[in-house]
Design a protein around this ligand. Structure first.
Ligand SMILES: Cc1cc2nc3c(=O)[nH]c(=O)nc-3n(C[C@H](O)[C@H](O)[C@H](O)COP(=O)(O)O)c2cc1C
Length: 230
């Protein structure tokens, strides 16, 4: 695929074990990255509890919930390319994946994944993949990463069929291309519109409560150029 020594990490969100289509398809997608270091993570094998909204991750860079969310976060952080495989549940990712995404609030406050493509493989019975994709895109961009798009495979399609195979191959090529573009033209590590509109005002309004975030932003020069800078 013309890339050397990449680390591709694929997180599968379906709770259905070996019966899962999205997991099977995610594996097929990952097969297109042969020759690279690939890692498959099944969310269902990990203990990831829902966020309790204490903001400790923003304030102290740690989470009081003693589970495996951090392990997954470390794996994703170490990736060059992140793939998310998920079914649609009520036009969104399943609660298990949403719980994990909520646990990345510190990444939204202190984005660090600049230049990293994130792509999703979504399965559904035919509705809600656009909303689901939007949630995943929002998450990726909140981490500072670059959204490389999604591929949707419906339950009415044959996962072993030629058509699906071709779409997965094309999608893998698109992801590899996104990675190449980001390598050739690395984006400036800076807050995006979401960070500017949502995170920055909160950090500015509560610099003592969010002192860790505040220093993170200040150290990177992200708080410069505004009259009420603290
Ligand atoms: C709780 C639940 C909610 C679902 N909600 C939707 C939905 O909103 N839209 C849709 O098209 N399919 C929905 N489905 C169907 C799944 O998205 C579909 O079966 C998917 O392919 C399962 O993926 P998996 O085999 O990887 O688990 C839902 C299924 C379940 C169990």
């Amino acid at each position: 695929m013309g890339m050397m020594g990449l680390r591709v990490v694929a997180l599968s969100a379906s709770p259905r074990g070996e019966r899962s289509r999205s997991k099977k398809l995610l594996r097929s997608l990952l097969d297109h990255f042969q020759g690279h270091e690939t890692l498959r993570l099944d969310l269902e094998d990990h203990d990831v509890r829902p966020c309790i909204g204490c903001f400790t991750c923003c304030r102290e860079d740690r989470c009081p919930l003693d589970d495996q969310a951090n392990l997954i976060k470390e794996r994703l952080s170490s990736a060059d390319i992140i793939l998310l495989g998920t079914p649609v549940y009520f036009i969104s990712p399943p609660a298990q994946l949403k719980a994990f995404l909520d646990r990345t609030l510190d990444w939204a406050h202190r984005p660090h994944m600049f230049g990293k493509p994130v792509a999703a493989l979504i399965t559904s019975a035919g509705c809600g993949e656009d909303t689901c994709s939007r949630i995943l895109k929002f998450s990726a961009e909140s981490w500072g990463a670059s959204w490389a798009g999604h591929v949707h495979i419906s339950i009415h399609e044959d996962p072993d069929g030629e058509d699906v195979g071709e779409r997965l191959e094309a999608f893998a090529a698109r992801i590899a291309n996104a990675h190449r573009q980001l390598k050739d033209h690395p984006p400036t590590p800076e807050p995006g519109p979401f960070h500017r509109q949502v995170i920055e005002p909160v950090i500015r309004a509560h610099p003592d409560f969010f002192s860790l975030d505040h220093s993170y932003w200040k150290d990177r020069g992200w708080l410069e150029g505004c009259s009420n800078d603290k």
